[in-house]
Design a binder for this molecule. Structure first.
Ligand code: FMN
Length: 423
């Protein structure tokens, strides 16, 4: 069945702003949220993967995470052609000349004996900076992509120094290309903090509040704040970003790491002219850590922010539809993939969609909203686990037909009698 086709209506700061989600529900919301519905073929029997996040309609929740897979026109076009729900471009700043990368800038952790080169890659460290391509070039490519793919979601990722005018200029120039939303990189763990950028802002709530204030006063499209996991309680900066006007948060960026020391040369990896610097860790190995951080943010958002208007984009070690389902079960509206695309290619999205649909069919879920956040309520404190377990033991004891303790043994059929004591 072909659904209706409408082009995006950008409603700017109009006071009567509203968004229309896929189910046609009218919702109040932050005024710069537009809406988008585009033609798609959906089979009545297949679970519907489409999502509407901050008014932006995506055919599926899978988003290219900022990094090498969104570094130029050619690869972003490829992502749209392969069917990714949205693309977040590699982070840009005003002056790319200040961004100087080194090689090698990646190091990998492999599963298997002694990190054998044949082992599967489970961890990936990078010391790559943000985009070193001229801003003008990147902006031209954003514009061209939006002209060629007006119905697809393109999100710019931006980062600047602690300078209000610089942030305002960057937002203005990026928005002129027609991008649908902006993700703010408050989370790059290496290189940029030396210039009070990236994680230096995401780790300092007072600084974050001030910079988010500048950004949200200027921006006319939805803004997602990308959070660093390199902080004790990630829900604190996430709360600050949302209460300072951001429509969404993304988590996580890479985890500060040292991949290893070469036991022959005694030098750390990745080794540049004999030296290294801590980098950012990603891929499958970070998935459990990302789940933990996303759970913390989701719990905070559920109790303090309304889910119609504020979104959560989860990132970290996604390679299967099951990985994505876990994030959605915690409350994520969309799921980003970066290293997974670098390892498996852009066609990965097809496998992700099929596997997510298989999961949905197994549970009779027809839409993403059917199960979004469904597992969140099952997280509690350790004290509460103890209380629940003691209660459960008492309940089971009360109905147990078997022996209550060793003193009740009769000696007839030891196996049977001891099994009857198990709870
Ligand atoms: C090589 C590389 C470069 C990255 N560059 C950026 C970047 O420019 N901006 C950004 O916000 N995140 C960047 N990231 C972080 C990813 O977007 C993502 O948050 C992180 O890698 C965890 O997700 P993953 O396990 O799917 O890669 C980069 C990651 C890698 C591996």
């Amino acid at each position: 069945m072909a659904s209706l086709s409408m082009s995006q209506i950008r409603i700017g700061n109009c006071a009567s702003g509203f968004g229309l989600n896929w189910a046609g529900k009218v919702q109040g919301g932050p005024s710069r949220v537009g809406f988008r519905v585009f033609a798609s073929e959906t089979q009545a029997t297949e679970p519907d993967l489409s999502v509407t996040v901050n008014g932006l309609h995506m055919p599926n929740p899978f988003v290219i995470g900022s990094g090498p897979p969104g570094t130029n026109y050619t690869v972003m076009k490829r992502a749209f052609d392969e069917g990714w729900g949205a693309v977040i471009a590699k982070t840009v700043s005003l002056d790319a000349a200040k961004v100087i990368n080194v090689t090698p800038r990646y190091a990998r952790l492999r599963a298997g004996a002694n990190g054998s080169a044949k082992g599967e890659i489970i961890g990936w460290e990078n010391i790559e900076l943000i985009s070193d391509r001229p801003l003008e070039t990147m902006l031209k490519e954003f514009k061209q992509l939006k002209e060629e793919y007006p119905d697809r979601i393109l999100i710019a990722s931006i980062m600047e120094e602690y300078n209000k005018a610089a942030w305002e200029e960057l937002i203005d120039r990026v928005e002129q290309t027609g991008v649908d939303a902006i993700e703010i990189n408050f989370s790059c763990p290496h290189g940029m903090p030396e210039r009070k950028m990236g994680a230096a802002v995401g780790q300092d709530c007072a600084l974050l509040e001030e910079v988010c204030g500048w950004i949200n006063a200027k921006s006319t499209v939805p803004v997602w704040a990308k959070m660093t996991p390199n902080i004790t309680d990630i829900s604190q900066p996430a709360r600050v970003a949302l209460s300072s006007g951001c429509e969404g948060v993304s988590a996580i960026n890479t985890i500060m790491s040292v991949m290893g020391i070469n036991l022959n040369t005694l030098r750390p990896e990745p080794c540049v002219e004999g030296y290294s610097t801590p980098g950012g860790y990603s891929a499958k190995a970070v998935h459990p850590i990302a789940l933990g951080k996303v759970m913390n943010i989701a719990k905070m958002m559920r109790s303090e922010f309304d889910s119609e208007n504020y979104s959560l984009s989860a990132i970290g070690g996604v390679e299967t539809g099951g990985d994505a389902a876990e994030f959605i079960l915690l409350g994520a509206n969309s799921v980003q993939v970066c290293t997974g695309v670098m390892m498996h290619g852009y066609g990965l999205v097809k496998k992700l969609c099929l596997e997510l649909q298989d999961f949905m069919k197994k549970h009779n879920f027809t839409s993403i909203e059917d199960f979004r956040g469904a597992s969140l309520e099952y997280f509690t404190t350790h004290t509460e686990l103890v209380r629940r377990q003691q209660e459960a033991i008492q309940r089971r004891k009360a109905i147990k037909k078997g022996l209550q303790s060793d003193k009740d043994w009769t000696g007839d059929g030891f196996v049977k009698e001891s099994e009857s004591m198990e709870i």
